[in-house]
Design a protein around this ligand. Sequence first.
Ligand SMILES: [Mg+2]
Length: 409
Amino acid sequence: MKVEPTVLLADMNSFYASVEMAHNPTLRGQPVLVCGDPERRHGIILAASREAKRRGVKTAMTVGEARAICPDAVCVRPRMSLYLEVSWQIQQIARTLSPLVEPYSVDELFIDVRGAEHIWGDAVEAAGIFRQRVWEAVKVPCSVGVGPNKFLSKMACDVEAKKSPSGVALWRVDDVEAKLHPLPIGKMFMVGSRMERHFRNMGLLTIGDLAHYPVDYLMRRFGLRGAVYHNLAWGRDGSPVRPDSLEQTKSVGHSVTLPRDYHHSDDIELVLLELTDEVCRRARKLGKAGRTVSVGLRAYDLTRGFYRQTTLPSPSNLSGPVFEKAQLLFRRHWDGRPVRTVTVDLSGLEEDGTLQQELFRDMDRQDRVSRTMDRIRDAMGTTAIVRASSLLPAGQARDRAVKIGGHYR
Ligand SMILES: [Mg+2]
């Protein structure tokens, strides 16, 4: 049976640097570096613009190393809340193509357009439309891999789309032997540095080597994971694009697109209250309570609006305290423009049952920081949090980390 390629993996190019350039036109065309602490030589480069990369600067270099290669680079401080805001906006654009959207990291997301291909022509055309909409709305370029599953779309993006002038690449199962198998094993999605070492020690240097290694041996050594790797090496991946996977565990959120523009604050606050009730109900159903309340408002064209958050004094799943914060955010940030889409999120979720115990436990700050980071790592994978934590002053790490969590639904 032939599986149609309907899965897109979109990856924003030099995301933080691109957002900075979108917000500051004087930076365009320059080698721009987003650095943790530009004054400190050991600060880490979080993102480099295309111009800076062309000169040899790489992400995760220190500021000192980058300045040595590219002395005229413009260093800017990271603005995480802005990047998360844009990330959220990009997710909303993805949802105009299909409801099956799964954020993978702050600048990558999977979109499954199955069932909606005919609307967009096919998946490759949908990829083009997505790129165009993202560019028009937030002025951030992206690369899109297209495949019959998440694995092949990610590989198509990393290996081909990022280098292609069109920014889009399609890999089918038929392409596996020609395109996937010659690649070094370390380039394989889902293979981390530890697995790479295991495979290399077994003499498996390319993905093709892994594909042709007897699956029984792989399973004897790695259990069921061995079978998964074998299948991936043949381009077979059964994991679905799960729109709710993060929402269920880390946050509950609810959005509504109104039938018409709302102009009056009373009307909008009523919608906020309804959404808050719904969100709190869902949190209670899950046996969770949340610490962070977020509110998003959008105009009809999705390009204007805001997404802001604030923290509750203690985790809650009750409409009273949550709405109080939602209302506060709304009154503080709404500029009076007509509103079409309203979102309320409750994140930083914790088990409701453990709350009381924690009230009496004198956890020191560092403990809370690491626990928060663990939760975010679980939700988003390790890279996003490594980037953030490696540069933020310790005093802000927890707040920032919570913010990152709050934007993933
Ligand atoms: Mg990227």
